[in-house]
Design a protein around this ligand. Structure first.
Ligand code: SF4
Ligand code: SF4
Ligand code: FES
Length: 252
C-alpha cells in the first residue's frame, strides 16, 4: 500500500459517524445487538462505527481503526446461525441481526528471552513454545485469520525450524490473537512467529551494508543535532513539519 493511500485510509476511518448525522438522511437501517441490547444503526458502517453510532465510547479494544494494530478482535453470531464468527471491528461491516461481543484481550503470554543468547535452531522455538508440537493440523487458525495468513503453515514451518518461511508467511500479522483464541492446542501463534522473525532477522538474513553504515552513523551521533532540533519543537511546529513532509511525499 502506498504512503498516500495508507494515510488516506487512516484519515477516512477516523471520521466520526456519531456527530452531524441526521436520521432523515439515512436510507437503510439495520439492527445489531451488543451485550444483549438491541440498537438501530445505519447500514454500511463498520462494526466499530456502528457501536459508536449506538452511543458507545470505545477506549478499549480499539486502536488504529484502520486494520493495523490488531486491537479490535470481535466475536459475533448471526441470529439463527450455528457458527460463531470472528472479525476485526474496524474493518468488518455491521450486518443486520449481528449479536456482538468485543474481546477484552487474547491469550498472549510471551516468553522472556534474549536473542543474544539463543541458538539459531529449531530447538529454540520448541524450548519457548513446546505447545507447537501439539498442533492437530485442524487449520482453524488459518480460517480465523483476518489477514488471510496461512497460519497453520507457519506453525508447521516453526516445527521444522524453517525461520525464513515463518518470517515470510507471518509478515502481515497484526497480532490480533484471533488464531490463538480458537486453537485447540493452546498455541499462541503470533508470539511464535514474532520470536522466529526476530531470530531470522538477527541470524538468518543477509547483512545489509547500507543499514550497518547508517547504524554506525547513528551511534557516532551524526544525526544528534537534527534529533535535538525535533525534540525542541512545539506540538504545533511538529504538526506543521509533518504536514509539509506529507505534501512533499505526494509529489513523488
Ligand atoms: S488451530 Fe492450532 S491445532 Fe489447529 S492447525 Fe492451527 S495451530 Fe494447529
Ligand atoms: S496470524 Fe493470528 S494474530 Fe496474526 S493476524 Fe492472523 S489471526 Fe491475527
Ligand atoms: S482498531 Fe486497530 S485493527 Fe481495528
Amino acid at each position: 500500500m502506498s504512503e498516500k493511500n495508507l494515510m488516506q485510509k487512516i484519515a477516512d476511518s477516523n471520521k466520526s459517524v456519531i456527530s452531524g448525522v441526521d436520521d432523515l438522511d439515512i436510507e437503510l437501517w439495520i439492527k445489531i445487538y451488543f451485550l444483549g441490547r438491541e440498537y438501530r444503526v445505519p447500514a454500511g458502517l463498520t462494526i466499530m462505527q456502528a457501536l459508536e453510532y449506538a452511543g458507545y465510547f470505545l477506549t478499549r479494544s480499539c486502536g488504529c481503526r484502520a486494520g493495523f494494530c490488531g486491537a479490535c478482535s470481535t466475536v459475533y453470531r448471526i441470529k439463527g446461525e450455528y457458527k460463531l464468527q470472528f472479525a476485526m471491528a474496524c474493518q468488518a461491516e455491521a450486518m443486520d441481526g449481528m449479536y456482538l461481543v468485543q474481546l477484552p484481550f487474547a491469550p498472549a503470554e510471551k516468553r522472556v528471552y534474549s536473542l543474544d543468547h539463543e541458538e539459531y535452531s529449531a530447538n529454540t522455538l520448541l524450548k519457548y513454545y513446546p505447545e507447537i508440537a501439539r498442533c492437530l493440523s485442524c487449520n482453524t487458525c488459518t480460517k480465523s485469520c483476518p489477514q488471510g495468513i496461512e497460519v497453520m503453515d507457519y506453525i508447521n514451518a516453526a516445527l521444522r525450524g524453517d525461520y525464513k518461511q515463518v518470517a515470510e508467511l507471518s509478515f502481515d500479522c497484526i497480532q490480533c490473537g484471533l488464531c490463538a483464541i480458537r486453537c485447540p492446542a493452546d498455541i499462541v501463534h503470533y508470539n511464535v512467529a514474532q520470536l522466529a522473525r526476530r531470530l531470522y532477522g538477527k541470524y538468518g538474513m543477509p547483512q545489509v551494508k547500507n543499514l550497518n553504515e547508517r547504524a554506525t552513523e547513528i551511534e557516532e551521533g551524526v544525526y544528534q543535532g537534527e534529533f535535538d532540533h525535533l525534540v525542541a519543537l512545539s506540538n504545533d511546529e511538529l504538526k506543521k513539519l509533518y504536514v509539509e513532509q506529507q505534501k512533499n511525499k505526494e509529489v513523488y
